[in-house]
Design a protein around this ligand. Sequence first.
Ligand SMILES: C[S@@+](CC[C@H](N)C(=O)[O-])C[C@H]1O[C@@H](n2cnc3c(N)ncnc32)[C@H](O)[C@@H]1O
Length: 247
Amino acid sequence: MPQISSPHNARLREIRRLSRRRQDRERAGRFVAEGEDLLASADAHGWTAIERYAADGSGLPGVTVAPELLAAASELGSGTRALAVYPTRYAPAPVGPLAVYLHGVRDPGNIGTVLRGAEAFGAACVVLGPGCADPFGPKAVRASMGAIFAVPVARAGALGELPGTTIALDARAERSLAEVCASHRPPAPGRNPQPLSLLVGGERAGLPQEILEGADERARIPIATDSLNAAMAATVALYELTRMAAG
Ligand SMILES: C[S@@+](CC[C@H](N)C(=O)[O-])C[C@H]1O[C@@H](n2cnc3c(N)ncnc32)[C@H](O)[C@@H]1O
């Protein structure tokens, strides 16, 4: 017999609220992660769940819930066997040596994908500027593939808060990222890291003029079309920095 078997259960209703509304997440300071892989990532990075739920009969740890009720509380089309509620966590300030700053990135999938790229390439944090989607929303958490638990997320309101040299990624910049990086050696293991922040703009508007003008450098990723998606640009730039640091 599952511990939760009523569709009107208050804890299930709270899970649905946290998943569906940013305001509710912000008010409660909590968010939901779904699926065994994400929960395993939370465990691996030392996050303790406030509450953990598992489909009855799954053998997974947590308060047992009738499988169809857990599926109904899930934001995944296919349902889920496990979900958990965690405290939202922001780093007190952006940290280097390598930070990715997002400005006006409204698509939560892009926020999650940037977190995933940041983890893959060893960035120290992802910094959210004004107008960004909630990194703790279900689409961002899912797209991060667990990186939300691995990469510190900070907020910043001004360029001066970012670590090191600020490089605005701009498809119309004169110099390529490789040229710009040649004069600012990226952080590398065993070398004195030169801190860098990569600045990435939103899907439609890109980086605002004041950020483009206020950054130390502007850099272009050479491509055959007009522009890349924000998360693609961040990932390619992180790869380029890693490649240059190794070379
Ligand atoms: C979809 S693009 C924004 C397009 C916007 N219409 C513009 O003109 O900037 C989102 C962000 O990705 C980065 N980006 C996209 N393509 C890039 C490229 N080829 N080189 C450097 N950054 C790029 C920029 O930071 C840009 O603000």
